[in-house]
Design a binder for this molecule. Sequence first.
Ligand code: FES
Length: 156
Amino acid sequence: MEKDSNLDEMVKKIQDSILEEEKDLYSAIVIDHAYNPRNIGNIKGADGVGIITGPCGDTLQIYLGIEDNKIVETKFLTDGCGASIACGSVITELVKGKTVGEASKIKSDELLSILDGLPEENVHCTVLSVNTLRSAIENYNLKKCNNEDIRSDNGN
Ligand code: FES
């Protein structure tokens, strides 16, 4: 029992010191979204799915639920760094309620400014997020076109 509490204390000390180091590198908003990510997960039967692996080898997945051309639900998954978790969390929050057209105009600079900046080596995480979002939107547009083709083939 004593051993467990010593171990817990040690783990807590290590976690606190990692967090202190991260506070020097990352803004409060990055740390908040990296440690408490919003919209983690996937959407079964999503209207649009984007899955992209960046040059760093990390993969981001974005899932969109769309109704009447509006993004009503978003989820993301990543095996990437803390910055990619923060980017996925912020971008999925940002697109909620936007039209597909509005969401496709989001740029990585916008994401970077919402995050209060990132260290140089993490800037590409914002690009990966925007590219994955665009890929999910392309996937949605493609599905929509295919459905319209099927409907017109059926004479509807
Ligand atoms: Fe690869 Fe951040 S997404 S380092």
